[in-house]
Design a protein around this ligand. Structure first.
Ligand SMILES: Cc1ncc(COP(=O)(O)O)c(C=O)c1O
Length: 481
């Protein structure tokens, strides 16, 4: 997708695709939105689609699929064992990653479960640039701990560093030197989700992997967000600008022992799996697939999704396809900056990230500013985002709150799903809310599950602030939705 300059001088991301199937959406009045938010316990995960106009919760499993993906789904070979579809998928993974073995799993966290059950033992440490919620839950459930080694720049909200997902290589080296005997593997998360979809450079990935191997530690790549990371390596890293996307992918995978991914993200489908170079490592994990997922040639996935994934992986090697997300996100981020709204910079992949700490500095961290902002943005615009702050953390073993390093509201842009006018609508409502930010208050838990509380926890506002937003909206917008 190119950025095209209009005569006015403005740069616009221009779609290199056309829309051929559409889904009707509803936009309910703000009074209903406030009610719906209360019914959902001020947790955007618990909202129902009928009450949502722009669903920016995630890109997971909701990216638009291409005509070729849909066509491939029609020729899927349904069979419990040995399907041609599985062979087509594994051939594609071998072509792209150069890996010989593949273990299918129903989604990314299932792959994480298999890897964690194989390698994580009580007392072990798993270093990573930054944690992801489901990854950390699997590791800690098995008695391991996560050590985050992202460079300081990674948790700076505003920065012009092109690779905020990079490891602090000195800290990595020091940790491995001292503790390699209790480190079964290190995890590298491409397109680091929780810090704003921020990439690692090819040089940093290669250097981190070399350090791990020097200390006999396995390298595991979480490639769920690899497509955005590939785009940023290609467009931001001088030394990689003449490499093709295939060459960059191969350079990365050559340094990895294990590559796993959520195909709800990578491959624009639904599913997941683990690609492995080495037979012995493959055999160590293999038996967990039929036990938890399904037989080895489908692993809990539908063959139709596997066909779509194979085509989606091929399309991931096309810069016109993978640039759409980052360029729309850049556009949305820059439009918000023009209106003074605090956002994460530079724009990353996955979505546009609002900085709740600066948006509503009067809401203290113990009252979950990112969660409160998620609720307020939904009420103001029927735009559903995802809290990526303290609610997404787990409490410490002693029950105390673990305050997140950053309080973000992620507004994901599923690939090729929204139009630019919808993006501009979201920008308009968010900037209106920013002008009325003093109205937003905090939240407190009324039902708090002990694990993955952000999925099903319920909260309530600490004061009647949602009602105040409704009143201000009516005053400014009259009868408008
Ligand atoms: C970086 C990363 N790893 C793992 C996962 C888990 O994948 P899934 O949702 O398919 O279980 C996700 C999902 O969002 C992710 O972003």
């Amino acid at each position: 997708m190119p950025e095209i300059r209009f005569r006015s001088g403005e740069s616009i991301p221009l779609e290199l695709h056309k829309v051929r199937i559409v889904q009707k959406l509803d936009l309910v009045p703000i009074e209903r939105r406030a009610e719906a938010m209360a019914e959902a316990g001020f947790n955007t995960f618990l909202l129902k689609n009928k009450d949502i106009y722009l669903d920016m919760l995630t890109d997971s499993g909701v990216n638009a699929m291409s005509d070729r993906q849909l066509a491939a789904m029609m020729v899927a070979d349904d069979s419990y064992a040995g399907s041609k579809t599985f062979t087509r998928l594994t051939d594609k993974l071998t072509e792209i990653f150069g890996t010989e073995y593949f273990l299918p799993a129903h989604q990314g966290r299932a792959a994480e479960n298999i890897i964690a059950m194989t390698f994580v033992k009580p007392g072990c440490i798993i270093p990573m640039n930054y944690h992801f919620t489901t990854t950390k839950a699997h590791i800690t459930r098995l008695g391991g701990t996560v050590e985050e080694l992202v460079a300081d720049e990674g948790v700076k909200i505003t920065s012009d560093h092109p690779f905020k997902g990079n490891f602090d290589l000195d800290r990595l080296e020091a940790l491995l030197k001292e503790k390699h005997d209790i480190i079964p593997f290190m995890r590298i998360e491409a397109g680091t989700n929780l810090i704003g979809g921020q990439p690692l450079s090819l040089a940093n990935i290669e250097a981190a992997a070399d350090i791990a191997h020097r200390y006999g530690v396995l390298t595991v790549l979480d490639a769920s967000l690899l497509q955005d990371n590939l785009y940023f390596i290609k467009t931001r890293e001088e030394a990689a600008k003449d490499l093709s996307l295939r060459e960059i992918t191969k350079r990365i995978s050559d340094k990895m022992d294990i590559i796993y991914f959520s195909a709800r993200k990578l491959g624009f489908a639904r599913g997941g799996g683990i690609s492995i170079h080495d037979k012995e490592l493959y055999l160590r994990m293999r038996e967990l697939v039929p036990m938890f997922e399904g037989f080895l040639t489908y692993g809990g996935m539908s063959v139709r999704e596997m066909e779509a994934m194979a085509v989606g992986l091929e399309e991931t090697m096309d810069i016109d396809v993978i640039s759409q997300g980052p360029l729309f996100i850049k556009y949305m981020t820059e439009e918000l900056i023009k209106r003074g709204v605090p956002v994460v910079t530079p724009p990353g992949g996955l979505g546009c990230h609002l900085d709740a700490t600066r948006f509503i500095p009067h809401v203290k961290q113990e009252e979950y500013p990112a969660g409160a902002l998620a609720a307020a943005v939904y009420i103001a615009g029927s735009v559903r985002g995802m809290e990526r702050g303290t609610i997404s953390e787990q409490r410490e073993p002693d029950g105390s709150e673990h305050l997140a390093a950053v309080e973000l509201l992620r507004l994901a842009l599923p690939r090729r799903v929204f139009t630019l006018s919808q993006v501009m609508y979201a920008v308009d409502r968010i900037s209106w809310l920013y002008e009325h930010r003093d109205l937003i208050g905090g939240l407190r838990f009324i039902e708090e599950p002990s694990s993955l509380r952000f999925f099903f926890g319920r909260l309530e506002p600490v004061s009647p602030w949602p009602q105040r937003i409704v009143e201000a909206f009516r005053k400014d917008f009259g009868d408008s939705l």
